[in-house]
Design a protein around this ligand. Structure first.
Ligand code: ZN
Length: 209
């Protein structure tokens, strides 16, 4: 399935001119679907976590952070699939698991999930189940993105809960980091399991298939 018709327009200007995806969700207090000033700050934080995926675990550099309604970090994560032998250990899942433990609740009501790459279907649905209020992502994933690029799960009106989405915050930085990683893999640096295939904008970071 190629990029869907509902794919959000790209932005070349990191941190500004942000695409809106989704709408004010049902059953969720109003959440902005355009970037607010702190979004850039938290995306930079997620980028630092993405570096840990690459530097500490030689995994695809995707980072995620969950911030509660008071602006406190309650969960951080980066890709840990290989290290954990866990197909579900995407950065978002790791961050949401930690956040759930931190607050003692499987619902993360009022929280924002920041992630450097558009969530896949698994992570998008986990965000819906967790009642995440907003998802803010960096680079688009034209192969498996589930926040508008291929699927639009976060804004699907059939869910009881919809998640406000802000797309493309620091998209260039996030995408460049992924491209750099895959270029390194193609050049034979390391033998990570992540795709050395594909010539798209970047080989999909968190391939789910
Ligand atoms: Zn995912």
């Amino acid at each position: 399935m190629r990029t869907g018709e509902r794919c959000s327009p790209r932005t070349e200007d990191a941190g500004s001119s942000l695409a809106e995806v989704g709408s004010s969700p049902t059953g969720n207090a109003y959440q902005p679907t355009t970037a607010v000033p702190e979004d850039t700050h938290w995306m930079q934080h997620a980028l630092v976590l993405a570096e840990r995926a690459c530097n500490e675990d030689d995994e695809i550099p995707v980072g995620a952070v969950v911030v509660d309604a008071e602006g406190q970090v309650i969960g951080e994560g980066w890709n840990r699939n290989i290290a954990e032998c866990d197909p579900s250990a995407h950065a978002e899942i790791v961050a949401m698991r930690r956040a759930g433990r931190a607050v003692g609740n499987h619902r993360l009501v009022g929280c924002t999930l920041y992630v450097t790459l558009e969530p896949c279907a698994m992570c998008a649905m986990a965000a819906v189940h967790a009642r995440i209020a907003r998802v803010v992502f960096g680079a688009f994933d034209p192969k498996t993105g589930a926040a508008g690029s291929v699927f639009d799960l976060l804004a699907d009106p059939r869910h009881n809960h919809r998640v406000a989405v802000v797309a493309g915050v620091l998209a260039d930085e996030c995408g460049q980091r992924l491209r750099q990683y895959f270029r390194g893999k193609r050049a034979g640096v390391g033998t990570g399991a992540a795709g050395a295939d594909g010539e798209g904008p970047f080989p999909t970071g968190q391939t789910c298939g």
